[in-house]
Design a protein around this ligand. Structure first.
Ligand code: CA
Ligand code: CA
Length: 346
């Protein structure tokens, strides 16, 4: 490798590391642990009913195409009449907190109960806000709810089914002042919107009751057998932006380019088969367009473009399909270089 190439690779790696640092979620739990182990072995702490019907790593991981937490390791089974556990993360007390997870309901009851919520760090038992509920109707159809403490839980319609994996996003907006924070929920059965949809499935609502002083823990909660559901939960991702929570990619990479600086955009992102790479310079000024993996290894050098757009088909220099994951596209021109992050999902 020449000195120039080594310097280029080192610069790319620095750019990649900086990008990843800014795109880091507050919390990620993929349950990538051995089956049947208790979660208190893996950074979770019991705060109620410790040792009774402990929450364990379940047999398989949940899969939801396009979601950043899909199909990594196994999952957790949250049942009834037993231990509740929490795991803390860096606190946030302003802006918006998005909590995404995959959920598959095995059993639900008529009254329903909550099986997941957020709280403070360290966990304060009086601050049980942003509770996620599951209930069913007489026909066995499922509804999901979101409320603050026991107050004003707002439910979806009974339009969901047992044994089906959904993607759930809980949104908590801090608003300056008391008892005015805003809760919303999105439930998806397929697809991952790259940006937040205008209309949530539930909310936006401002339930009565005290607001969080900050958010800093995720809780798996087992209620009574009479009311609480049995769920498989997986891929919990908490972040202060929609795109980082759902795709692991910063929203800024999807913004339109500023007209006065070199910019690169990719669409769709995430992509499955093909993605269009477009840039705001004359194609004659392009020297190279290269794809790198997250460790900085060169995956593919694209042919010189004849317009200001070119397609990448998710293949490497040997024409093999590359593994799903994060990749970086670098545009090298006689006006300078720029890099965009892209996610391939299959
Ligand atoms: Ca998993
Ligand atoms: Ca408030």
């Amino acid at each position: 490798m020449s000195n120039k190439n080594m310097i280029q690779k080192a610069c790319l790696l620095i750019a990649v590391l900086v990008t990843i640092a800014f795109a880091q979620p507050l919390f990620v739990e993929n349950f990538d642990y051995p089956s049947n182990n208790v979660l208190t072995n893996y950074g979770w702490t019991a705060h109620s009913g410790a040792g009774t019907n402990s929450i364990r790593v379940y047999l398989y991981g949940l899969v939801y195409a396009g979601y950043a937490g899909s199909n990594i390791g196994l999952s957790a089974k949250v049942d009834t009449a037993g231990e509740d556990i929490n795991k803390t993360f860096t606190t946030t007390n302003s802006g918006t907190v998005y909590t995404a997870f995959m959920l598959n309901v095995q059993k639900a009851m008529l009254n329903g109960d909550y099986c997941f919520h957020l709280s403070t760090s360290p966990l304060n038992s009086y601050e049980y806000g942003s509770r996620f509920h599951v209930k069913r109707n007489a026909a066995g159809d499922i509804a999901f709810g979101l409320g603050k403490k026991h107050l004003d839980t707002a439910f979806t319609t009974f339009s969901y089914a047992l044994n089906t994996t959904y993607l759930v996003v809980l949104k908590y907006e801090f608003v300056a002042g008391d008892s005015n924070d805003v809760l919303s929920m999105f439930v998806f059965s397929s697809g991952v919107p790259a940006t937040e949809p205008t209309t949530p499935t539930v909310g936006p609502n401002t339930p009565a009751g005290a607001d969080f002083p900050h958010i800093g823990s995720a809780i798996l909660r087992q209620g009574t057998a009479a009311n609480a559901p049995r769920v498989i939960i997986d891929g919990i991702r908490i972040a202060t932006s929609w795109s980082v929570a759902l795709t692991g990619i910063e929203e800024s990479s999807a913004l339109p380019p500023a007209s006065n600086r070199l910019a690169l955009s990719v669409n769709p992102n995430p992509f499955r088969d093909f993605t269009n790479i477009s840039f705001n310079v004359n194609p004659q000024s392009v020297e190279q367009i290269r794809i790198y993996d997250v460790t900085g290894n060169l995956v593919q050098t694209l042919a010189k473009p004849s317009s200001n757009q070119i397609v990448w088909n998710g293949r490497n220099a040997s024409n093999d399909l590359v593994a799903p994951g994060i990749y970086f596209i670098t545009l090298e021109t006689n006006k300078g270089n720029t890099t965009a992050k892209i996610m391939l999902s299959r």
